[in-house]
Design a protein around this ligand. Structure first.
Ligand SMILES: NC(=O)N[C@@H](CC(=O)O)C(=O)O
Ligand SMILES: [Zn+2]
Ligand SMILES: [Zn+2]
Length: 421
């Protein structure tokens, strides 16, 4: 059987190694033969394939904005070998049948493993629990109404109790809908006041996380705080971890780099939920990611059609592309300033998110016998981001024109090259 021989790669611990892949796993590199395909990785780092805990693929429902095929190709271009597909699709992934349909699409047409996330409530309406048992029977272990917060604490309690029985995890879009109204468009601060945009106050996020932590403590079930973006949220998560609770959190690249002042142009590309915040919040989430209070990086890759983003600011849908520049932003904000080592990048972008849903074939070290998921990284390349150079169907890229690292050279998922520059 011919395989793939990656020569001269440097691993995250700094050691140099050839990697031989056969049948989707790493095998002893000294067994290479002339028929193996060769990939020269001298000067490149080899990291375990990234796992995105939070992706919006838009299929079924809005295949004009993204599909499983295009979204996972964007994932591969970003070094990801698995994505968790959020349930805010049309139809919503709130039944076992809907989950199975999405899994079948991914089986046909995917450049990365697609882990299906089930809705927590029917139609994301926040009123009745979804068919959690049916979803679980279809293989779903993570539940979220992402896009909307589950405001009803009693429903949350029932959901926690149900998912605890099978070691599931409940992922919350943490945002009090009463504190942050339907038209919220900007972090509540001097800039939102000046622009006349309805605000998303930071307390709308941290207060929900605090409530949910109490419910997780009371029920003993696993809780994951999606896209945390404020200093107060980091403090609340730190407090939960100090209590030894089964609580995890993620931060998105845009909350590590971008700030509210970008909204002065009223360019809807920069409208996202939760919103871009101010410098002190950015510093707090960077510090939280560095010290492990925030367990992982997610992307919240949220493609939107140009016609939707062309609406007036308050009416335009929130969300930005994120998969392809995720590592670039983590490097710019965390690795280059010396706040994360490459080993910690492997943890925050691969091991930790794979543990969230107990993935067997992701988030594993690069070693003989392990599944061959690997991303080859050039730590020195830089380039201006071009929103047209994308696998996504959408163009709402907030980094367009910005000079950033350009690290991903190749991605291998289960032994198959899914991206090569
Ligand atoms: N993040 C966003 O601004 N938008 C997401 C929904 C979400 O993650 O809450 C989307 O689906 O477009
Ligand atoms: Zn969300
Ligand atoms: Zn989301």
């Amino acid at each position: 059987m011919s395989g793939l021989l990656i020569t001269g790669a440097t691993l995250s611990d700094g050691t140099r190694s050839d990697l031989l892949i056969r049948g989707g796993v790493f095998v002893d590199p000294s067994d290479g033969s002339a028929s193996d395909r060769r990939l020269d990785a001298h000067g490149l780092l080899a990291l375990p394939g990234f796992v995105d805990p939070h992706t919006h693929l838009r299929e079924p429902g809005r295949t004009d904005a993204e599909t499983v095929a295009t979204g996972t190709r964007a994932a591969a271009r970003g070094g990801f070998t698995a994505v968790h597909a959020m349930a805010n699709l049309s139809p919503v992934t709130d039944t076992g049948a809907a989950a199975s349909d999405l899994m079948a699409i991914a089986q046909r047409d995917s450049s990365a493993e697609v882990v299906v996330v089930g809705a927590l409530t029917k139609a994301l309406a926040g009123e009745q629990l979804s068919d959690i048992d049916g979803l679980h029977a279809a293989g779903v272990t993570m539940f979220s109404d992402d896009g909307r917060c589950v405001m009803n604490a009693q429903l949350m309690r029932e959901a926690f109790e149900k998912i605890k029985a099978f070691d599931g995890v409940l992922a919350q879009h943490c945002q009090d809908h009463n504190l942050a109204g339907a038209e919220a468009s900007c972090h509540e601060c001097a800039i939102s006041a000046r622009l006349g945009l309805p605000g998303w106050p930071s307390v709308a996020e941290s207060s929900i996380i605090a409530r949910d932590i109490e419910l997780a403590a009371y029920t003993g079930a696993r809780y994951h705080a999606c896209h945390i973006s404020t200093a107060e949220s980091v403090e609340v998560i730190r407090w939960a971890k100090g209590r030894g609770l089964p609580v995890t959190a993620e931060v998105m690249p845009h909350h590590l780099l971008l700030t509210t002042d970008l909204l002065a142009s009223l360019d809807t590309t920069f409208k996202v939920n939760p919103p871009l915040r101010t410098d002190e919040h950015v510093e707090a989430v960077r510090a939280g990611l560095a010290d492990g209070t925030i367990d992982m990086v997610g992307t919240d890759h949220a493609p939107h059609a140009a016609s939707d983003k062309a609406k007036p600011f308050v009416l335009a849908p929130p969300g930005m592309l994120a998969l392809e520049q995720a590592l670039a932003v983590v490097m710019e904000t965390m690795v280059i300033p010396g706040r994360l080592t490459w080993e910690q990048v492997a943890d925050r972008m691969s091991y930790a998110p794979a543990r969230l849903t107990r993935l067997a074939r992701q988030g594993r070290p690069i070693a003989v016998g392990e599944p061959a998921n690997v991303v080859l990284v050039d730590p020195d390349a830089r380039a201006a981001v071009d929103r047209e150079a994308t696998a996504s169907k959408s163009r709402n890229n907030p980094y367009h024109g910005r000079l950033l690292p350009d690290p991903v050279v190749a991605t291998v998922w289960a032994g198959r090259v899914t991206f090569e520059r």
